[in-house]
Design a protein around this ligand. Structure first.
Ligand SMILES: Cc1cc2nc3c(=O)[nH]c(=O)nc-3n(C[C@H](O)[C@H](O)[C@H](O)COP(=O)(O)OP(=O)(O)OC[C@H]3O[C@@H](n4cnc5c(N)ncnc54)[C@H](O)[C@@H]3O)c2cc1C
Length: 300
Protein backbone atom coordinates (compact mmCIF):
# COMPACT_ATOMS: atom_id res chain seq x y z
CA UNK A 1 0.00 0.00 0.00
CA UNK A 2 1.20 3.55 -0.75
CA UNK A 3 2.13 5.98 2.04
CA UNK A 4 0.57 9.01 0.21
CA UNK A 5 -2.25 10.80 2.04
CA UNK A 6 -5.67 9.19 1.56
CA UNK A 7 -8.04 11.22 -0.63
CA UNK A 8 -11.62 11.24 0.68
CA UNK A 9 -14.40 10.60 -1.84
CA UNK A 10 -18.16 10.22 -1.35
CA UNK A 11 -20.88 8.63 -3.43
CA UNK A 12 -24.31 7.14 -2.73
CA UNK A 13 -23.61 3.78 -4.33
CA UNK A 14 -20.11 2.44 -4.87
CA UNK A 15 -19.83 -0.35 -7.44
CA UNK A 16 -16.59 -2.33 -7.33
CA UNK A 17 -15.70 -3.70 -10.79
CA UNK A 18 -16.51 -2.43 -14.27
CA UNK A 19 -17.49 -5.69 -15.96
CA UNK A 20 -20.92 -6.32 -17.52
CA UNK A 21 -22.63 -6.55 -14.12
CA UNK A 22 -21.03 -3.39 -12.72
CA UNK A 23 -21.49 -1.20 -15.78
CA UNK A 24 -25.06 -2.34 -16.44
CA UNK A 25 -25.99 -1.65 -12.81
CA UNK A 26 -24.12 1.67 -12.90
CA UNK A 27 -26.09 2.66 -15.98
CA UNK A 28 -29.43 1.62 -14.45
CA UNK A 29 -28.82 3.43 -11.16
CA UNK A 30 -27.54 6.56 -12.90
CA UNK A 31 -30.60 6.53 -15.15
CA UNK A 32 -32.77 6.27 -12.02
CA UNK A 33 -31.12 9.45 -10.70
CA UNK A 34 -28.88 7.83 -8.07
CA UNK A 35 -25.36 9.12 -7.51
CA UNK A 36 -23.18 6.15 -8.48
CA UNK A 37 -19.46 5.52 -8.89
CA UNK A 38 -17.92 2.47 -10.58
CA UNK A 39 -14.35 1.60 -9.55
CA UNK A 40 -12.43 -0.50 -12.10
CA UNK A 41 -8.91 -1.72 -11.47
CA UNK A 42 -7.90 -1.82 -15.15
CA UNK A 43 -7.27 1.25 -17.28
CA UNK A 44 -9.58 -0.02 -20.06
CA UNK A 45 -11.93 -2.90 -20.94
CA UNK A 46 -9.61 -4.70 -23.34
CA UNK A 47 -9.75 -8.36 -22.34
CA UNK A 48 -9.79 -11.21 -24.87
CA UNK A 49 -12.45 -13.95 -25.02
CA UNK A 50 -14.52 -12.65 -22.13
CA UNK A 51 -18.25 -13.26 -22.29
CA UNK A 52 -18.39 -12.32 -25.95
CA UNK A 53 -21.85 -13.83 -26.32
CA UNK A 54 -24.81 -11.47 -25.85
CA UNK A 55 -27.83 -13.69 -25.44
CA UNK A 56 -31.40 -13.03 -26.70
CA UNK A 57 -32.58 -12.26 -23.14
CA UNK A 58 -29.85 -9.62 -22.72
CA UNK A 59 -30.68 -8.17 -26.12
CA UNK A 60 -34.31 -7.99 -24.98
CA UNK A 61 -33.23 -5.99 -21.92
CA UNK A 62 -31.26 -3.66 -24.19
CA UNK A 63 -34.41 -3.24 -26.29
CA UNK A 64 -36.48 -2.41 -23.19
CA UNK A 65 -33.88 0.20 -22.25
CA UNK A 66 -34.08 1.74 -25.73
CA UNK A 67 -30.43 0.90 -26.44
CA UNK A 68 -30.78 -2.05 -28.82
CA UNK A 69 -30.68 -0.33 -32.21
CA UNK A 70 -27.55 1.62 -31.32
CA UNK A 71 -25.89 -1.46 -29.81
CA UNK A 72 -26.49 -3.44 -32.99
CA UNK A 73 -24.70 -0.81 -35.07
CA UNK A 74 -21.47 -2.12 -33.46
CA UNK A 75 -19.67 -4.91 -35.34
CA UNK A 76 -21.06 -8.32 -34.34
CA UNK A 77 -21.95 -11.72 -35.76
CA UNK A 78 -25.29 -13.45 -35.30
CA UNK A 79 -25.96 -17.12 -34.52
CA UNK A 80 -29.57 -18.19 -34.96
CA UNK A 81 -28.77 -21.75 -33.96
CA UNK A 82 -26.00 -23.76 -32.33
CA UNK A 83 -24.77 -27.07 -33.69
CA UNK A 84 -22.53 -29.82 -32.39
CA UNK A 85 -21.36 -33.10 -33.67
CA UNK A 86 -22.57 -36.01 -31.56
CA UNK A 87 -21.58 -39.56 -32.51
CA UNK A 88 -20.68 -38.38 -35.99
CA UNK A 89 -23.99 -36.59 -36.61
CA UNK A 90 -24.62 -32.87 -36.81
CA UNK A 91 -27.14 -32.06 -34.07
CA UNK A 92 -28.90 -28.72 -33.70
CA UNK A 93 -28.44 -27.98 -30.00
CA UNK A 94 -30.37 -24.75 -29.91
CA UNK A 95 -32.75 -22.94 -32.25
CA UNK A 96 -33.27 -19.30 -31.26
CA UNK A 97 -35.60 -18.48 -34.15
CA UNK A 98 -38.65 -19.58 -32.14
CA UNK A 99 -37.94 -17.43 -29.08
CA UNK A 100 -40.57 -14.84 -28.11
CA UNK A 101 -37.91 -12.11 -28.13
CA UNK A 102 -37.16 -9.27 -30.49
CA UNK A 103 -33.74 -10.71 -31.38
CA UNK A 104 -33.88 -14.38 -32.27
CA UNK A 105 -30.12 -14.86 -32.21
CA UNK A 106 -27.01 -14.71 -30.05
CA UNK A 107 -24.86 -11.71 -30.92
CA UNK A 108 -21.11 -12.31 -30.79
CA UNK A 109 -19.41 -9.06 -29.90
CA UNK A 110 -16.07 -8.46 -28.14
CA UNK A 111 -16.88 -7.76 -24.51
CA UNK A 112 -14.86 -4.51 -24.57
CA UNK A 113 -17.16 -3.12 -27.28
CA UNK A 114 -20.18 -3.91 -25.12
CA UNK A 115 -18.55 -2.40 -22.00
CA UNK A 116 -17.39 0.73 -23.83
CA UNK A 117 -20.94 1.11 -25.12
CA UNK A 118 -22.46 0.81 -21.63
CA UNK A 119 -19.87 3.18 -20.16
CA UNK A 120 -20.63 5.76 -22.87
CA UNK A 121 -24.37 5.49 -22.27
CA UNK A 122 -23.90 5.84 -18.51
CA UNK A 123 -21.53 8.81 -18.92
CA UNK A 124 -24.45 10.78 -20.35
CA UNK A 125 -25.78 11.08 -16.78
CA UNK A 126 -24.00 13.66 -14.60
CA UNK A 127 -24.52 11.50 -11.49
CA UNK A 128 -22.46 8.61 -12.99
CA UNK A 129 -18.72 8.35 -12.52
CA UNK A 130 -16.28 5.68 -13.65
CA UNK A 131 -12.86 5.65 -11.95
CA UNK A 132 -10.48 3.40 -13.91
CA UNK A 133 -7.07 2.19 -12.65
CA UNK A 134 -8.68 2.10 -9.21
CA UNK A 135 -8.22 -1.16 -7.32
CA UNK A 136 -10.25 -1.83 -4.20
CA UNK A 137 -8.49 -3.79 -1.50
CA UNK A 138 -10.51 -3.23 1.67
CA UNK A 139 -14.07 -2.70 2.87
CA UNK A 140 -14.70 0.02 5.47
CA UNK A 141 -17.05 -0.62 8.40
CA UNK A 142 -19.02 1.64 10.70
CA UNK A 143 -20.71 -0.08 13.65
CA UNK A 144 -20.76 -3.43 11.91
CA UNK A 145 -22.14 -2.07 8.65
CA UNK A 146 -20.13 -1.65 5.45
CA UNK A 147 -19.83 2.09 4.70
CA UNK A 148 -17.30 2.25 1.87
CA UNK A 149 -14.01 0.97 0.47
CA UNK A 150 -10.31 1.74 0.39
CA UNK A 151 -8.76 1.71 -3.07
CA UNK A 152 -5.43 2.41 -4.73
CA UNK A 153 -5.15 4.74 -7.71
CA UNK A 154 -2.08 5.91 -9.68
CA UNK A 155 -2.36 9.20 -7.72
CA UNK A 156 -2.45 7.41 -4.35
CA UNK A 157 -5.06 5.77 -2.12
CA UNK A 158 -8.69 6.93 -1.88
CA UNK A 159 -11.28 6.30 0.81
CA UNK A 160 -14.71 6.00 -0.80
CA UNK A 161 -17.65 6.49 1.56
CA UNK A 162 -21.01 5.19 0.34
CA UNK A 163 -24.42 4.09 1.57
CA UNK A 164 -24.11 0.83 -0.32
CA UNK A 165 -21.12 -1.08 -1.73
CA UNK A 166 -21.90 -3.50 -4.56
CA UNK A 167 -19.33 -6.12 -5.42
CA UNK A 168 -19.30 -6.80 -9.16
CA UNK A 169 -15.61 -7.61 -9.11
CA UNK A 170 -15.90 -11.04 -10.70
CA UNK A 171 -15.05 -14.56 -9.73
CA UNK A 172 -12.08 -13.62 -7.49
CA UNK A 173 -14.08 -10.91 -5.74
CA UNK A 174 -12.33 -8.93 -3.02
CA UNK A 175 -15.71 -7.64 -1.82
CA UNK A 176 -17.03 -11.19 -1.39
CA UNK A 177 -13.90 -12.17 0.52
CA UNK A 178 -13.77 -9.03 2.71
CA UNK A 179 -17.47 -9.31 3.55
CA UNK A 180 -16.85 -12.95 4.53
CA UNK A 181 -19.75 -14.14 2.36
CA UNK A 182 -19.54 -17.91 2.18
CA UNK A 183 -19.96 -19.72 -1.13
CA UNK A 184 -20.71 -23.21 -2.36
CA UNK A 185 -18.75 -24.68 -5.23
CA UNK A 186 -20.52 -27.11 -7.56
CA UNK A 187 -17.34 -28.33 -9.29
CA UNK A 188 -16.66 -28.50 -13.02
CA UNK A 189 -14.83 -31.33 -14.77
CA UNK A 190 -13.54 -29.35 -17.77
CA UNK A 191 -11.57 -26.22 -18.67
CA UNK A 192 -11.47 -24.54 -22.09
CA UNK A 193 -8.51 -23.20 -24.07
CA UNK A 194 -9.40 -20.34 -26.43
CA UNK A 195 -7.40 -19.43 -29.54
CA UNK A 196 -7.78 -17.33 -32.69
CA UNK A 197 -7.21 -18.79 -36.15
CA UNK A 198 -7.53 -16.88 -39.38
CA UNK A 199 -10.56 -17.24 -41.63
CA UNK A 200 -9.71 -17.97 -45.23
CA UNK A 201 -11.60 -17.95 -48.51
CA UNK A 202 -13.28 -21.29 -49.02
CA UNK A 203 -13.80 -22.04 -45.33
CA UNK A 204 -17.22 -23.69 -44.89
CA UNK A 205 -19.88 -21.90 -42.84
CA UNK A 206 -19.06 -23.72 -39.63
CA UNK A 207 -20.80 -22.38 -36.55
CA UNK A 208 -20.50 -23.98 -33.11
CA UNK A 209 -18.78 -27.34 -33.22
CA UNK A 210 -17.62 -28.65 -36.57
CA UNK A 211 -18.59 -31.32 -39.02
CA UNK A 212 -15.49 -33.48 -38.70
CA UNK A 213 -15.47 -36.71 -36.72
CA UNK A 214 -13.78 -35.38 -33.57
CA UNK A 215 -14.97 -34.03 -30.24
CA UNK A 216 -14.02 -31.24 -27.84
CA UNK A 217 -13.16 -28.66 -30.50
CA UNK A 218 -15.41 -25.60 -30.72
CA UNK A 219 -15.46 -23.03 -33.51
CA UNK A 220 -17.18 -19.68 -33.47
CA UNK A 221 -17.37 -17.49 -36.56
CA UNK A 222 -16.10 -14.04 -35.48
CA UNK A 223 -16.28 -12.37 -38.90
CA UNK A 224 -12.66 -12.13 -39.94
CA UNK A 225 -11.34 -14.95 -37.72
CA UNK A 226 -12.35 -18.21 -36.04
CA UNK A 227 -12.56 -18.23 -32.26
CA UNK A 228 -11.57 -21.80 -31.46
CA UNK A 229 -12.05 -23.52 -28.14
CA UNK A 230 -10.62 -26.79 -27.02
CA UNK A 231 -12.06 -28.47 -23.97
CA UNK A 232 -9.55 -30.19 -21.65
CA UNK A 233 -9.69 -32.04 -18.34
CA UNK A 234 -9.92 -29.63 -15.42
CA UNK A 235 -6.50 -28.53 -14.21
CA UNK A 236 -4.58 -30.25 -17.02
CA UNK A 237 -3.33 -27.08 -18.77
CA UNK A 238 0.00 -26.98 -16.89
CA UNK A 239 0.79 -30.54 -17.95
CA UNK A 240 -0.21 -29.75 -21.57
CA UNK A 241 2.09 -26.71 -21.57
CA UNK A 242 4.85 -28.76 -20.04
CA UNK A 243 4.66 -31.25 -22.92
CA UNK A 244 5.35 -28.44 -25.37
CA UNK A 245 3.50 -26.34 -27.92
CA UNK A 246 4.47 -28.59 -30.81
CA UNK A 247 2.83 -31.65 -29.24
CA UNK A 248 -0.27 -29.61 -28.43
CA UNK A 249 -0.56 -28.41 -32.02
CA UNK A 250 -0.13 -31.94 -33.34
CA UNK A 251 -2.99 -33.03 -31.14
CA UNK A 252 -5.14 -30.08 -32.26
CA UNK A 253 -4.45 -31.02 -35.87
CA UNK A 254 -6.15 -34.36 -35.18
CA UNK A 255 -9.36 -32.77 -33.92
CA UNK A 256 -9.56 -29.49 -35.87
CA UNK A 257 -11.04 -29.40 -39.38
CA UNK A 258 -8.11 -27.29 -40.65
CA UNK A 259 -4.99 -28.06 -42.61
CA UNK A 260 -1.87 -28.07 -40.41
CA UNK A 261 -0.62 -24.75 -41.85
CA UNK A 262 -3.53 -22.89 -40.18
CA UNK A 263 -2.46 -24.21 -36.78
CA UNK A 264 1.07 -22.92 -37.43
CA UNK A 265 -0.40 -19.46 -36.75
CA UNK A 266 -0.10 -20.35 -33.07
CA UNK A 267 3.55 -19.74 -32.30
CA UNK A 268 3.52 -19.15 -28.53
CA UNK A 269 1.48 -20.11 -25.48
CA UNK A 270 0.41 -16.47 -25.00
CA UNK A 271 -1.99 -17.08 -27.92
CA UNK A 272 -3.75 -19.80 -25.92
CA UNK A 273 -6.03 -18.43 -23.17
CA UNK A 274 -7.21 -20.66 -20.34
CA UNK A 275 -10.83 -20.39 -19.24
CA UNK A 276 -10.89 -22.14 -15.90
CA UNK A 277 -14.52 -23.19 -15.63
CA UNK A 278 -16.02 -22.58 -12.21
CA UNK A 279 -19.53 -22.97 -10.93
CA UNK A 280 -20.18 -21.52 -7.50
CA UNK A 281 -22.79 -19.50 -5.68
CA UNK A 282 -22.87 -17.44 -2.51
CA UNK A 283 -25.09 -18.77 0.28
CA UNK A 284 -26.17 -15.18 0.99
CA UNK A 285 -25.54 -12.34 -1.45
CA UNK A 286 -25.78 -9.45 1.03
CA UNK A 287 -24.88 -8.15 4.47
CA UNK A 288 -25.68 -4.72 5.91
CA UNK A 289 -24.22 -2.12 3.54
CA UNK A 290 -22.89 -4.60 0.96
CA UNK A 291 -24.27 -6.76 -1.88
CA UNK A 292 -22.56 -8.99 -4.45
CA UNK A 293 -23.96 -9.67 -7.93
CA UNK A 294 -22.69 -11.14 -11.22
CA UNK A 295 -19.78 -13.57 -11.12
CA UNK A 296 -18.90 -12.24 -7.65
CA UNK A 297 -22.15 -13.87 -6.45
CA UNK A 298 -22.44 -16.80 -8.87
CA UNK A 299 -19.61 -17.74 -11.23
CA UNK A 300 -20.74 -19.95 -14.07
C1 LIG B 1 -11.58 -16.36 -20.18
C2 LIG B 1 -13.08 -16.23 -20.03
C3 LIG B 1 -13.93 -16.48 -21.13
C4 LIG B 1 -15.31 -16.36 -21.01
N1 LIG B 1 -16.10 -16.61 -22.10
C5 LIG B 1 -17.44 -16.44 -22.01
C6 LIG B 1 -18.30 -16.59 -23.15
O1 LIG B 1 -17.84 -16.88 -24.24
N2 LIG B 1 -19.64 -16.38 -22.98
C7 LIG B 1 -20.17 -16.00 -21.79
O2 LIG B 1 -21.38 -15.77 -21.70
N3 LIG B 1 -19.39 -15.85 -20.70
C8 LIG B 1 -18.05 -16.07 -20.78
N4 LIG B 1 -17.26 -15.89 -19.68
C9 LIG B 1 -17.90 -15.50 -18.45
C10 LIG B 1 -18.17 -13.99 -18.47
O3 LIG B 1 -17.01 -13.31 -18.90
C11 LIG B 1 -18.57 -13.59 -17.08
O4 LIG B 1 -19.68 -14.33 -16.66
C12 LIG B 1 -18.93 -12.11 -17.03
O5 LIG B 1 -17.89 -11.32 -17.53
C13 LIG B 1 -19.20 -11.79 -15.58
O6 LIG B 1 -19.44 -10.42 -15.46
P1 LIG B 1 -19.14 -9.67 -14.12
O7 LIG B 1 -19.36 -8.24 -14.41
O8 LIG B 1 -19.89 -10.31 -13.01
O9 LIG B 1 -17.59 -9.95 -13.79
P2 LIG B 1 -16.30 -9.67 -14.66
O10 LIG B 1 -16.60 -9.61 -16.10
O11 LIG B 1 -15.28 -10.63 -14.19
O12 LIG B 1 -15.90 -8.21 -14.24
C14 LIG B 1 -15.28 -7.92 -13.01
C15 LIG B 1 -14.57 -6.60 -13.16
O13 LIG B 1 -14.09 -6.23 -11.88
C16 LIG B 1 -12.76 -5.76 -12.00
N5 LIG B 1 -12.13 -5.97 -10.70
C17 LIG B 1 -11.77 -7.15 -10.14
N6 LIG B 1 -11.27 -6.96 -8.91
C18 LIG B 1 -11.31 -5.62 -8.70
C19 LIG B 1 -10.91 -4.81 -7.59
N7 LIG B 1 -10.37 -5.33 -6.48
N8 LIG B 1 -11.07 -3.47 -7.69
C20 LIG B 1 -11.63 -2.92 -8.83
N9 LIG B 1 -12.00 -3.64 -9.90
C21 LIG B 1 -11.86 -4.99 -9.83
C22 LIG B 1 -12.17 -6.58 -13.12
O14 LIG B 1 -11.05 -5.94 -13.71
C23 LIG B 1 -13.35 -6.70 -14.07
O15 LIG B 1 -13.40 -5.63 -15.00
C24 LIG B 1 -15.88 -16.00 -19.77
C25 LIG B 1 -15.04 -15.74 -18.67
C26 LIG B 1 -13.67 -15.87 -18.78
C27 LIG B 1 -12.79 -15.61 -17.56
Amino acid sequence: MSSSPITPYATTCCIVGGGPAGLMLGYLLARAGIDVTVLEKHADFLRDFRGDTIHPSTLEVMHQLGLLDELLTLPHQRAESLHAEVAGRDIKLADFTRLPTRCKFIAFMPQWEFLNFLAQQAAAFPNFRLLTSTQVHQLLYDRGQVCGVLADTPEGPIRVRSQLVIGTDGRNSVVREQAALSSRSFGAPRDVLWMKLSKQPGDPAWSMGHTGPKQNFIMIDRGDYWQCGYSIDKGSFDAIRHSGLEKFLLHLAEVAPFQDDRLQEIVEWDQVKLLSIRIDRLDRWAKPGVLCIGDAAHAM
